[in-house]
Design a binder for this molecule. Structure first.
Ligand code: GLN
Length: 238
């Protein structure tokens, strides 16, 4: 089996609130299972010139999003190809917003998204910040930390990642959080997200390996530390 290839989009501009920890979780959980892997990154001006198994994009301040939005448009076709093949994608906050149709920033500039998600985001005067707990049909309880002014509205056809139990989520009213479409996840959960929610990390890894080996089943790991971190985060007030 060839190595599982991760593509990290714009790590130099879009990786706030510890979002690189998601990459660490994916890499370590493959290492612990002796799954060969390669880490690749793409910054502004780089060419998306090969196939990947996992695409990741972290969050960023509005100004970081302004920097990358135009370049992301150049990667749109390749990312849509990846998405249409049911390959896993994880986008966090600012990355999630730019995988929607557009993001209107706090100074009212409209940043184009690449339309993987049928969702639109508008900056608001409410800073949605704090510990967040959601209930996902697919993954159960998920914990994280959110910090965004952008309020995201999903179109009627998009399914949220989960329902908000504690925190804001996509916006201050809908009580839904993130989006799950095919094998693409958008979420506001920083924290970083995957180390405290290993069930999602393993889902992404298993889907990536199944691109080559459709019957592949991940071995269990000793997740006692991850569970401790999850339980601690779950108890935190908003
Ligand atoms: N700049 C965007 C917002 O404020 C995204 C922030 C983030 O990625 N944490 O909504």
């Amino acid at each position: 089996m060839r190595p599982v290839k991760i593509l990290h989009l714009y790590p130099d501009r879009m990786s706030i609130y510890g979002d690189y920890g998601n990459i660490i979780s994916l890499i370590k959980r493959m290492e612990w299972r002796n799954i060969k892997h390669e880490y690749h990154s793409l910054s502004i001006g780089d060419k998306f010139d090969q196939e990947y198994d996992i695409i990741f994009m972290g969050g960023g301040q509005d100004k970081g999003q302004v920097y990358v939005a135009q370049d992301l448009q150049l990667q749109s076709a390749k990312i849509h190809e990846h998405f249409n093949l049911n390959k896993p994608i994880l986008t966090i906050c600012g990355g999630y917003q730019l995988f929607g149709r557009y993001f209107i920033t706090s100074d009212l500039s409209e940043l184009p998204g690449i339309g993987i998600f049928d969702a639109v985001t508008r900056a608001t005067n409410t800073r949605m910040i704090g510990n967040i707990l959601i209930e996902s049909d697919k993954f159960g309880h998920l914990v994280g930390f959110e910090n965004h002014s952008g309020a995201t509205q999903l179109s009627g056809t998009e399914k949220p990642l989960g329902k908000v139990i504690k925190g804001f989520g996509n916006n201050a009213d809908s009580k839904n959080e993130g989006v799950l479409s095919k094998n693409a996840i958008g979420t506001y959960l920083h924290g970083s997200f995957l180390p405290k929610n290993p069930v999602v990390s393993d889902y992404i890894i298993e889907q990536a390996v199944r691109i080559q080996a459709p019957e592949y089943k991940l071995d269990e790991l000793d997740d006692s530390l991850e569970k401790l971190a999850f339980d601690r985060a779950k108890k935190r007030p908003q």
